[in-house]
Write a new protein. Sequence first.
Length: 346
Amino acid sequence: MEIKKKDIRALTKEQLRDFFVNHGDKAFRGNQVYEWLWQKSAYSFEDMTNVSKETRQMLEDNFVINHIKVDQMQRSSDGTIKNAVRLHDDLIVESVLIPTKTRTTACVSSQVGCSLDCKFCATARLKRMRNLNPDEIYDQVVAIDNESRLYHNRPLSNIVFMGMGEPLMNYNNVIKAIDKITSPEGLGMSPKRIVVSTSGVPKMIKKMADDDVKFKLAVSLHSAIDEVRTSIMPFNATFPLNDLREALQYWYAKTKNRITYEYVVWDGINDKRKDVDALVEFCKFAPSKVNIIEYNPIDDGDFQQAQSKAIDMYVKVLESNHITVTVRRSRGKDIDAACGQLANKS
């Protein structure tokens, strides 16, 4: 019977050092291999050129490197790039490179499918197959960094966890991936350039605050009226707005970091003055910013982009209440790479 080899990137540096000592080698060999795995993103043990052939064979006999493969890359007319990423078990997730004049941002996935059930999101129509491992999240970032350097002549500057899946439903692996991304032994990126976006899992928002995370928080809100929010995001019945607000108050008290709300305005759903007033009231407890996001259709007629006068009303009322508001235009719509469109069509 064939023995299943362990994914070597599931080991800590200390465990790698111990492995080499237990096999009659020096502990520093673990440091070398760890650097190849993370800083240099080695695809195979053969890539590890400063390690002897015998050692590489020993690693081959005991471990695998479950590296992702970019199965298909699509480039939008606006410079956006969408990757269909094949995992070691042949499941597919998608990640996106979003360029602007001043930055390039990686939008990465954290689950295959999604744990939640937002009706306006294509990913939510896929059942959740599994959580991504830390190395699978990390590899998405490395792939997009390489594309940023190749196509835009600059390294990746920002990361948003706004791809497929609910990051807080895969909390431990997301945190481990961010630790690697921000570590000098990994990509060395600043946590302040990372945003984790959640649809609102109160218990996990409090845990983030207790864990003293350094990255930024965004909340996919879309309505500050429970009945409306539950109609478009059914899990809101389990995690109602009062619970979410209490968790966000806890977050702000602990971190003193401004909260960003992601907000889509739909025709006939949340485009009335009462919807804006409820949002203003919800925002009052802490400094906040509202990103009004252009809606991207997912092949049905239930959700339609609100008229421009509704967007203008939101902006006017929010600004008059001293709440920062930005209207975001979507990128990559021609390749189904915009917010809410990631669904493995490729």
